[in-house]
Design a protein around this ligand. Structure first.
Ligand code: AVJ
Length: 323
């Protein structure tokens, strides 16, 4: 372990546990049932997600890395950022392309990764500290939906929100999030937004339903999380993985379909949850975007879109916008 990491904790394990209880109760008592995607990412879920990013069918990570590899030097010149903030930083692996470019450009002073997982942040900061010894590293354990006010304020900031995680919001959640983010930034500061693009469902669906079954295991992992954290007795193997393209909303939906009728006890919520055979629990929305839509939503939030780049196969987009 690395001593004295600069890490601010705005979200404790107790806060996370309380949020999980509230969300699980709301989602499991709703019709249709749902769970928020943020609970996929315990240690096992994060490892499964890393495995997903290496699957042949899952193109977004490779496509975004290709754009960053091509454009990071230009992004550094256009923004002249002194502070790079990353929302939902996870392993910060692709972010190194931005860090390298900003460092080479000579403006970068600090990197501020923000994530709900303190464990992931400590790991990422430890390895960043070895590779970027001159950079000031300041980790923030927080939820980017609820804690935008904790972003540090010195020097021109570039806020990176990568990976297509913006797609986990529904449109009605996206608008207030983008407006709140815009309001935290001063004129001349920047947002770099990674967003997956609408494309043929024959490409989209396999990305969320891979042949090796890794995404299915990732999806079922949320049930393992509930079993452990809430003393529930879900039988994950009794749920089938479902990934479908919703053409009206232009999003991928992941669901877990009960393979038989069952009642699940959630001990810590004093809750019994019954499932009919074939009943589905929604676990994730992953919205896909059209460029015009991104422009509209960013403008409505008060951003000025400066540039947009895609990978060579036009699967994924990075948008640079100024506040
Ligand atoms: C991390 C939210 C961008 O929506 O593609 C991957 C999560 N879900 N496979 C995505 C995910 C299923 C991923 N994001």
């Amino acid at each position: 372990t690395v001593p004295d990491l600069d890490l601010d904790v705005y979200l404790t394990d107790a806060d996370l546990a309380a949020a999980l209880r509230a969300d699980a109760r709301a989602g499991l008592t709703a019709a249709p049932k749902w769970l928020p995607p943020k609970y996929f990412y315990d240690a096992r879920g994060s490892a499964l997600f890393e495995e997903i990013t290496r699957l042949p069918e899952y193109y977004p990570t490779r496509a975004e890395r290709e754009i960053l590899a091509d454009r990071a030097p230009l992004i550094a010149r256009l923004t002249g950022a002194k502070v790079l903030v990353e929302l939902g930083s996870g392993s910060s692996e692709k972010t190194r392309l931005l860090l390298d470019a900003l460092r080479d450009h000579g403006t970068l002073g600090s990197f501020v990764p923000l994530d709900v997982s303190g464990a992931a942040l400590r790991d990422a900061l430890g390895s960043l500290r070895r590779d970027y010894p001159d950079l000031h590293l300041h980790g923030i354990v927080a939820d980017f939906v609820n804690h935008l006010e904790v972003l540090p304020e010195s020097g021109t900031r570039l806020v990176a929100f990568l990976g297509g995680t913006i797609g986990n919001f529904t449109p009605s959640e996206r608008a207030p999030f983008l407006s709140a983010l815009r309001d935290r930034l001063a004129p001349g500061e920047w947002l770099l937004l990674g967003a997956d693009l609408v494309k043929d469902p024959a490409v989209l669906v396999p990305a969320y339903d891979d042949a090796a079954g890794v995404t299915a295991e990732f999806n079922r992992n949320v049930l393992h999380v509930l079993n452990r954290e809430l003393n529930a007795d879900f039988d994950p193997s009794a749920f089938a993985h479902v990934a479908l393209w919703d053409p009206a909303n232009e999003w991928i939906e992941m669901r877990l379909r009960a393979q038989r009728r069952m009642t699940v006890r959630v001990q810590d919520l004093a809750l019994d949850v019954s499932f009919a055979e074939g009943e589905e629990l929604r676990t994730e929305v992953s919205a896909k975007f059209r460029p015009e839509r991104l422009d509209e939503e960013l403008s409505a939030a008060g951003f000025a879109v400066r540039s947009r780049w895609t990978d060579r196969a036009s699967r994924f987009s990075l948008t640079l916008a100024s506040a």
